[in-house]
Design a protein. Structure first.
Length: 43
């Protein structure tokens, strides 16, 4: 691997990780939102 290829590889891994983190965060937000709605309805 050349240095440029290494940089590309690590950058893509970094982007993938942040995308994965964002997805997990969004799912957690959705989950808490659903729980709040459920509490409002069922009291």
């Amino acid at each position: 691997m050349t240095d440029d290829e290494k940089i590309d590889y690590y950058e893509s891994k970094k982007i993938f990780k942040t995308r994965l983190d964002a997805q997990v965060g969004a799912e957690e937000l959705l989950h808490t939102w659903i729980q709040e709605q459920y509490r409002k309805i069922c009291g």
